[in-house]
Design a protein around this ligand. Structure first.
Ligand code: NIG
Ligand code: FE
Length: 410
C-alpha cells in the first residue's frame, strides 16, 4: 500500500492517548491548524501543523482537504445491529399509552424481534447487517460494537455472533462483538429467569468463549427482565472465561445496575437514564465508563442521563441502534443530543464519540484519536470548526471517510 498524505486540513481536532478521558480532561483535546497527516499503510505515521508537511515519498497518494475539519473516525460503542424485521407498529401503541415494558410483557418488543431473527438465515442477517454498516460508514462511523441478544437460544445466539464475526471480516469497520444472551426471557423459560441464566452459563457461554465469538458479555438488568443477583452470576461466570462485563443499567428503573457495574469492575454501564447517586459513585470508583445513548431517551420519551455528573469516570456516547428503542444509525444525531440535552461542550462530545467510545470497547490502543501509531481512521467534514458538528442538525456533514488508510467514502 503506498503512503497517503492528507494535506490542507483547516482544523484537526482530536483527543489524545489510549485511555478514557475523565472529568475535566474529557474536554481537553488537541486542535491543530493548517495541518497534514501522513499515513503509511493502515496506520498514521506523522501529524504536522502550521503549514509544515511531513516528509513523504514521491509515490505517496495525496488527498487535498481544501481547508476542511478533520477528526478521528467516529466509534459507535453500542448497537444491536443484527436482527430480523422492524417494530414500527409499536410506536402508535406507545403514543396510546403503552410503555416499553408493557409491550415486552405482552410478548412483543424484544420477543417480537426474536421471532423474526430466529426465522432469518445467517446469510440474510449478514446481508442486512452489511447494508446497515455501509450506511454507518457514510455517517463517518469507522468502528462499531455489535451485540447479539435476539436469538435467546444456543443455535440462534451463535448464529448472530457468527454474523457479527463475518461482518467484521467483510466490512470496512473494525467490529467488537458482545454476547447479550441475557437480553430477555424467551418463552421456553417464561417465569424462570434463574433457569434461563443457568442455561446460558452452562450451555451457551462456554461455546461462545471457546469459539472466540465475543469480546464482552452484557445483560439487560431491568424490571421484569434480569435482576442484580442473576446479572452478577452471569457476568462473573463470563469474566472467568475471559469476557469483560458490560451492563444495560438503569434504562427504565434504578434496580442497582450501575452499582453492580462498579462492584464487578465492568468496563462500561450503558443507558443510565434513571441512575441514582450511589450508582454514579460506584462507577467513578471502579472507573466504569458511562456509555450514554441519547437517541434512546428521545425515542422512549424518557429523561436524558445526568452526563455532567457521570463524566468523572468518562462518558462515551453511542446510538444503541436497534428496532425498538433506537431505529437510527446516525451517530451525528447522538452528538447533537449530547450537546443540546446532556449539555456537554463540543470538545467533550468529540471525545465521547471517539477515544472514550473506543476505550469502552477495548480499542483505545488502536483507534479513537489521530496520532502516530493508531489506525488511520479519519473523517473530513463539510465544516471548518468542531462546534459546527454539534450545532448543525439533520444533515450528514461527512465529506470524506478514510478507514485504515484507504478512502472509504469519497
Ligand atoms: O438498549 N434495552 C434493551 N435493549 C435495547 C432495546 C432492544 C429492543 O427493544 O429491541 C436497548 O434499548
Ligand atoms: Fe442497547
Amino acid at each position: 500500500m503506498p503512503m497517503l498524505l492528507i494535506k490542507n486540513i483547516g482544523t484537526l481536532a482530536t483527543p489524545l492517548g489510549t485511555s478514557s478521558r475523565c472529568g475535566s480532561d474529557q474536554g481537553k483535546i488537541e486542535v491543530l491548524h493548517n495541518a497534514a497527516v501522513l499515513i503509511d499503510g493502515e496506520k498514521i505515521a506523522a501529524v504536522t501543523a502550521n503549514g509544515e508537511l511531513p516528509e513523504y515519498s514521491a509515490y505517496a497518494d495525496i488527498v487535498d482537504a481544501h481547508g476542511a475539519l478533520a477528526t478521528p473516525g467516529l466509534v459507535d460503542a453500542h448497537t444491536h445491529l443484527v436482527f430480523g424485521g422492524w417494530r414500527a407498529h409499536e410506536v402508535p401503541l406507545k403514543i396510546a399509552g403503552a410503555s416499553y415494558l408493557d409491550i415486552l410483557n405482552a410478548g412483543g418488543g424484544i420477543l417480537n424481534t426474536l421471532t423474526n431473527t430466529r426465522k432469518a438465515t445467517e446469510d440474510e442477517l449478514f446481508e442486512r447487517g452489511r447494508g446497515f454498516l455501509a450506511e454507518m460508514l457514510d455517517f463517518g462511523v469507522t468502528t462499531v460494537e455489535i451485540k447479539s441478544g435476539y436469538g435467546l437460544d444456543s443455535e440462534n445466539e451463535l448464529k448472530q455472533l457468527r454474523v457479527i464475526r463475518r461482518l467484521g471480516e467483510a466490512c470496512a469497520q473494525d467490529i467488537a462483538a458482545t454476547f447479550l444472551g441475557a437480553h430477555a426471557i424467551p418463552d421456553e423459560y417464561a417465569g424462570n429467569a434463574d433457569g434461563y441464566i443457568d442455561f446460558i452459563i452452562e450451555r451457551v457461554l462456554p461455546v461462545v468463549a471457546e469459539q472466540g465469538l465475543a469480546d464482552f458479555c452484557d445483560v439487560f438488568l431491568e424490571s421484569s427482565v434480569f435482576n442484580v443477583p442473576q446479572s452478577r452470576k452471569l457476568l462473573l461466570a463470563a469474566q472467568k472465561l475471559g469476557l469483560p462485563s458490560k451492563v444495560h443499567a438503569d434504562e427504565i428503573d434504578p434496580l442497582g445496575g450501575s452499582e453492580l457495574a462498579g462492584e464487578i469492575g465492568a468496563i462500561s454501564a450503558e443507558h443510565l437514564i434513571a441512575t441514582r447517586d450511589s450508582g454514579i459513585e460506584a462507577m467513578a470508583k471502579a472507573k466504569t465508563t458511562a456509555c450514554l445513548l441519547p437517541q434512546t431517551s428521545l425515542y422512549l420519551n424518557k429523561p436524558f442521563a445526568r452526563a455532567r455528573d457521570m463524566i468523572l469516570a468518562g462518558v462515551p456516547i453511542a446510538t444503541d441502534f436497534n428496532p425498538g428503542s433506537c431505529p437510527s444509525l446516525n451517530l451525528q444525531l447522538s452528538m447533537n443530543l449530547g450537546y443540546l440535552r446532556y449539555r456537554l461542550f463540543p470538545e467533550e462530545v468529540l471525545t465521547a464519540v471517539t477515544l472514550n467510545a473506543a476505550c469502552a470497547i477495548g480499542k483505545g490502543d488502536s483507534v479513537g484519536s489521530i496520532e502516530p501509531g493508531k489506525l488511520a481512521d479519519i473523517v473530513l467534514w463539510n465544516a471548518d470548526e468542531l462546534p459546527m458538528l454539534c450545532y448543525r442538525m439533520g444533515s450528514n456533514q461527512v465529506k470524506k471517510v478514510i478507514k485504515r488508510g484507504r478512502v472509504a467514502v469519497k
